[in-house]
Design a protein around this ligand. Structure first.
Ligand code: HEC
Length: 292
C-alpha cells in the first residue's frame, strides 16, 4: 500500500514542472518583493488588473540564452538567459489589441516597446546573468541593483534614424512591472494635436520624444514619472523660453547643477527645432483632471 502511494506521489512530483500552464503562475497576491508584476491586458482579466509571477516560476518557462557584447549595463561580454517579452505576452494572455509592452522600473522610469521595436530587436526579460541567479548578480555602474529584472537584447542594431536621433537600445534595469497595452492609448497620450505630415518638424519631434523623453516625463498616467515634470510643464518651457529648453536637452547640468537628466549633446539644431515645435503644440493645454 505504502509503495503504491509513493508511486503516485513520484508521478505527481515529476509531472508538475512540465505540465503547469503559464496562466497557473498568475497570482492575485504578491509573495515576495522580487515577484514580477503584470498589468494592462493580462490573462483575460478586466483591464487594470494586476497579477504577480514568482521569479522561480519565470525560470520554469522556456529560456533563451545569448552572449551579449554591446549592452552598456554589462562591462564585459556577458551571457544572459531569460524569456523574450513577446513570449511573456503570449503566455500570459495578452489580448490581440495590446501589442505594446511597457516596462516600469522601481524609480518610475518606464520603457515602451511598440511592435516594430519588438520585431526588430527581440528584447528579453533577463533571469540569469552568466548563469547566475538574481542574488549573485553584479550591480549597475551607478551601484544600484540590476534586479529584480532587466531587459537586454541578443545584439542591437539601430532600426531607424530621425534627424540626429538614432533608434536607441531600451535596456532598463530595476524593472518591477510589465504591462501589455494598446499602442493607441499609450502613444495617443502624446500624439500632437492636429494633422502633421510625416516629414514635418512636429511629426519628427513626436517620434523622438516618444522614444526618448517619454521614458522619464509623463503625460497623465502614461509615460515615466521619474523626472516629476510632466509633458505640459515641458511644453510651457518650450513655448516661453525655447533657448532654455534647448540648453536643457543639450546639457542639463548647465541649467540645473547636478541634473539627473542625461544630456543629448549629439542632437543638432534641426533636431532641437523639431522637439521644440512638437512640444509647443501642447502649450496652453490644461492637465486633465486627476493627473498632475
Ligand atoms: C533618463 C530620464 C530623462 C529623460 C530621458 C529626459 N529627461 Fe528631462 N528631466 C529629467 C529629470 C530627472 C529632470 C529634473 C531635473 C534634473 O534632475 O535633471 C528633467 C527636467 C527636464 C526639464 C526642466 C523642467 C523644469 O521644470 O525645469 C526639461 C525642459 C526637460 N527635462 C526636457 C526633456 C526633453 C525634451 C527630453 C527628451 C528629449 C527629456 N527631458 C528626456 C529626466 C529625463
Amino acid at each position: 500500500m505504502l509503495k503504491a502511494w509513493l508511486g503516485v506521489l513520484a508521478i505527481a512530483v515529476l509531472a508538475v514542472p512540465v505540465a503547469a500552464p503559464a496562466s497557473s503562475m498568475l497570482r492575485a497576491q504578491r509573495s515576495s518583493p522580487g515577484d514580477l508584476e503584470l498589468g494592462g491586458d493580462v490573462g483575460g482579466l478586466p483591464q487594470g488588473s494586476t497579477r504577480y509571477v514568482r521569479y522561480g516560476d519565470l525560470l520554469r518557462l522556456p529560456q533563451e540564452t545569448y552572449t551579449v557584447s554591446d549592452d552598456s549595463n554589462f562591462p564585459a561580454k556577458t551571457v544572459i538567459s531569460g524569456v523574450p517579452l513577446t513570449t511573456l505576452a503570449r503566455l500570459f494572455g495578452q489580448s490581440p489589441q495590446s501589442t505594446l509592452i511597457v516596462a516600469i522600473c522601481y524609480d518610475r522610469y518606464r520603457t515602451n516597446y511598440p511592435p516594430d521595436y519588438l520585431a526588430a530587436h527581440h528584447p528579453l526579460l533577463v533571469l540569469r546573468i552568466n548563469g547566475k541567479l538574481r542574488d549573485e548578480w553584479p550591480r549597475a555602474k551607478t551601484g544600484a541593483p540590476l534586479g529584480p529584472y532587466l531587459i537586454s537584447h541578443p545584439f542591437f542594431k539601430p532600426s531607424f534614424k530621425v534627424l540626429s536621433h538614432e533608434d536607441e537600445p531600451q535596456i532598463p534595469f530595476g524593472v518591477t512591472r510589465i504591462e501589455f497595452r494598446r499602442e493607441s492609448t499609450v502613444f495617443g497620450a502624446i500624439q500632437p494635436p492636429g494633422n502633421w505630415p510625416l516629414r514635418s518638424p512636429v511629426a519628427q519631434g513626436y517620434v523622438i520624444a516618444r522614444q526618448d523623453c517619454f521614458r522619464c516625463h509623463n503625460r497623465g498616467v502614461e509615460g515615466g514619472q521619474m523626472a516629476c515634470r510632466d509633458w505640459l510643464q515641458l511644453a510651457a518651457i518650450a513655448s516661453s523660453d525655447p533657448m532654455r529648453f534647448r540648453r536643457i536637452i543639450h546639457d542639463p547640468a548647465s541649467v540645473t547643477p547636478g541634473a539627473k537628466m542625461p544630456g543629448e549633446s549629439r542632437y543638432d539644431d534641426a533636431t532641437l527645432d523639431a522637439l521644440t515645435a512638437y512640444f509647443r503644440t501642447f502649450s496652453g493645454l490644461r492637465a486633465e483632471p486627476g493627473t498632475k
